[in-house]
Design a protein around this ligand. Structure first.
Ligand code: GUN
Length: 295
């Protein structure tokens, strides 16, 4: 069994991005710039946005966080999005989700200009991705592809079973792994809450991607000997003995599943660290486009 080390892979990718940024700057271009819009006081969102801001600093990007109060109106948020869409110094921006319940996430997603959609959430971006065109890939699926590439995990002709059909993980990764080429050419099954014989289906997977959001759902009896298991879940459970007061559980019962795998991601330290670096990759890609850098 080999542990997939998302911290190692994300650090390597960050170094590569930082090198490219320094080359751009040395050639006289400005630094890429990412802006995050944070509405309200959601604790996890504040932490995530802080991590994104720190990662920008590490790779040499300019960054800005726009903090807005929990009672921000749709008009006020729209005005900020419109301003960022029109600001040539901003390569990409994200509106951190979830939003306070009086705001529509879908209308926000659709208001972001596709040319700055580094989250990869706009329907135009999704359409391009599904058509196999150049697109900003959403961060979690992109991170999974990077892990597969880094470890040289074979995908052609493999049966990939994805559990969970969310717009931001399950459906895009199922689609991407069905594409021609590497990492792709998989035969993909997308499982969800209405799937019959789920255990048997998962057990037929050479690659299992657990993205359903139920802690320790995938157990050893569901896994084929030698499978690759990618765990996207992060559920916080109380742990009074820890300084933080909580610990993170994945969607896979790691201790019993790991001995049966050829590769497995831990939680934390697997897919998680990859998502931010993929957001950085999208921002670099956006900057190169906006600055007309083609090589
Ligand atoms: N909330 C949790 N993950 C994400 C993400 O990748 N992008 C945005 N905008 N919000 C999130």
């Amino acid at each position: 069994m080999k542990l997939i080390d998302g911290k190692e892979v994300s650090a390597a990718l960050k170094r590569k991005i930082a090198e490219e940024v320094e080359q751009m700057v040395a050639a006289g271009y400005r630094r890429p710039k990412l802006v995050a819009v944070l509405v309200g006081n959601d604790g996890a969102s504040q932490v995530y946005v802080g991590h994104k801001e720190r990662a920008c600093g590490e790779v040499g990007f300019d960054s800005e966080v726009i903090r807005m109060s929990a009672d921000t109106t749709e008009e006020e948020l729209n005005a900020v999005i419109d301003r960022l869409n029109a600001d040539d110094s901003v390569d990409g921006f994200i509106v951190q989700l979830p939003l306070p319940s009086h705001l529509s996430e879908q209308s926000v997603i659709e208001r972001v200009s596709p040319s700055k959609d580094v989250d990869g959430f706009h329907p135009e971006t999704t359409g391009r991705m599904i058509s196999g065109l150049d697109a900003y890939l959403p961060a979690t699926p992109a991170g999974i592809l990077e892990l597969i590439k880094y470890y040289g995990i074979e995908t052609a002709g493999k049966h990939c079973v994805v559990i969970g059909r969310s717009n931001i993980v399950g459906r895009p990764i199922a689609n991407l792994l069905s594409m021609k080429g590497y990492p792709g050419d998989c035969t993909v099954t997308l499982c969800h809450s209405r799937t019959k014989n789920l255990k048997e289906v998962v057990k037929s997977g050479d690659i299992v991607i657990a993205a359903l959001g139920i802690a320790e759902f995938v157990t050893a009896d569901m896994i084929k000997e030698g499978a690759t298991v990618i765990d996207v879940g992060i559920t916080r459970v109380e742990a009074p003995e820890r300084k933080s007061g909580f610990r993170l559980l994945g969607d896979v019962k790691f201790d019993e599943v790991a001995p049966h795998c050829s590769y497995i991601t831990p939680v934390p330290g697997g897919v998680g660290p990859m998502t931010i670096v993929c957001l950085m990759q999208n921002t670099l890609k956006a900057a190169r486009k906006h600055l007309g850098i083609t090589k």
